[in-house]
Design a protein around this ligand. Structure first.
Ligand code: FE
Length: 193
């Protein structure tokens, strides 16, 4: 938002635990992801909630005066202090003062374009950039007409691709309690691509 007196803004879904945590502590750190990150870290932090798991349990981190900061696979981090919160219906817009920064590596920072096109990830459901995808019945018709061909299915929540040619098991033959190996949702969240 500003340069000489650095202030940043971002929005967070009200249903996210992080939203509540920032309002309570008014202090937080933002880690800038590098293109070389182990993507498991993205899935741990992006597709889970701290209500259920300790996201910090297995990743490299630093303690900045009591604020836990993820450094695993990161280029840098920014430490902030909340100064305003603006209600934006489903989300809140947070405005925060940058109180410190640290460069961790010389790796290139990952942007959303790289995340979509190279990592093949999609925005988590509560993200401001999330777009709902509609499931069509077209896939079933295609499968019936190409019984010998392998198909691919994509998780609508995290973007994980289930490739029958690699797995050697038809998606439809997977047990009903099968879960997406990346984000843990059930088969009903997959669509044939
Ligand atoms: Fe998934």
């Amino acid at each position: 938002m500003t340069s000489q007196n650095p202030i940043i803004s971002f929005s967070l879904n009200k249903q996210n635990y992080t939203n509540e945590a920032i309002k309570n502590t008014k202090k937080f750190a933002v880690s800038i992801i590098s293109e070389n990150i182990n993507t498991d870290i993205i899935y741990t932090f992006g597709y889970n909630t701290s209500k259920d798991i300790d996201k910090f349990k297995d990743c490299q981190q630093e303690d900045y005066k009591g604020i836990p900061v993820v450094t695993d696979g990161m280029c840098s981090y920014i430490v902030c202090e909340l100064i305003h919160t603006i209600d934006c219906e489903t989300h809140d817009i947070f405005i925060a003062r940058v109180i410190d920064t640290k460069k961790i590596s010389n790796e290139k920072e990952m942007n959303y374009r790289y995340y979509h096109e190279v990592v093949k990830g999609i925005a988590p459901k509560n993200a401001p950039t999330y777009i709902e995808e509609k499931v069509s019945n077209q896939g079933e018709t295609d499968l019936a007409s190409n019984e010998n061909e392998f198909a691919k299915y994509r998780c609508l929540i995290c973007g994980y691709i289930y490739d029958e040619a690699i797995e050697k098991v038809r998606f439809t033959d997977l047990p009903e309690d099968w879960k997406c190996p990346r984000c843990g949702v059930g088969k009903e969240n997959f669509v044939k691509i």
